[in-house]
Design a protein around this ligand. Structure first.
Ligand code: B16
Ligand code: MG
Length: 220
């Protein structure tokens, strides 16, 4: 295990909870198509790309559509979702996230974003966090979805840090798998039942610090 030089952060579920807005927008679409979409159903969409999310939703409703129609519905959902994220405020940043980013930056740890979202820039701007990230890799910059490690490997490359010196923070199982596939260490944010493959699982970034980060790769 090499020295830790960089941290790569997922966005939704790690820095901010946008899942609630995704849920409202996906549920509206499902209702329009004539079926229910529950909060439990929404769990399946976390960390998953927009088009894959739509496929899962249509599967729940037992609906088959043409690619053109799917594009139209994904766009419609996104327009609805953006109405919510354009109203977001910095106080929606999850506990401890900004404090950790500032502490790591001060200690010389390099910081990148690795998110599946094509709306990541809008969200970071609304939260006034954009300047804290040296590299931002989002859904507009990758061709392979998590668990493929592309998003994190691109982040490490843009920082000029080797994957072995990176730690990824992720709330989705596919994201943890992506980090490990990229030969990075990973801290899971959420339940050990789901994120058990991660090197460490915590409830949120309020439980992380520079000192604790440095213990990763040792015996913790
Ligand atoms: P968009 P992350 C993911 O973000 C979300 O968890 C997932 O629910 C969403 O479908 C995906 O972004 C795509 O988002 O529609 O904004 O492009 O967790 O990878 O930061
Ligand atoms: Mg996430």
């Amino acid at each position: 295990m090499g020295k830790i030089k960089a941290c790569l952060f997922d966005l939704d579920g790690v820095i901010v909870d946008t899942a609630k807005y995704h849920y409202i927008a996906w549920r509206a679409l499902a209702n329009e198509l004539g079926f229910e979409f529950t909060e439990a159903d929404n769990e399946q969409l976390k960390g998953v790309s927009r088009m894959r999310s739509l496929d899962i939703l249509l599967g729940i409703g037992g609906i088959t559509l043409s690619d053109a129609e799917k594009e139209r519905l994904a766009e419609k959902k996104n327009e609805n979702y953006r109405r919510y994220i354009l109203q977001m405020q910095p106080d929606e940043i999850l506990p401890g996230a900004k404090e950790l980013l500032l502490e790591l930056k001060e200690k010389g740890i390099r910081i990148a974003l690795g998110s599946a979202s094509k709306n990541a820039m809008t969200i970071l701007d609304r939260l006034e966090l954009t300047d804290l990230f040296e590299a931002i890799i989002d859904g507009t910059k990758v061709s392979e979805a998590k668990p493929n490690p592309e998003v994190f490997l691109k982040g490490a490359a843009e920082l000029g840090v080797s994957p072995e010196a990176c730690v990824v923070f992720e709330d989705a199982e596919a994201g943890v798998e992506a980090a490990l596939a990229g030969k990075m260490r990973c801290v899971g944010i959420g339940s050990p039942d789901i994120l058990g493959k991660a090197n460490l699982v915590i409830d949120g970034l309020h439980q992380m610090s520079y000192t604790r980060l440095m213990t990763l790769g040792s015996d913790e």
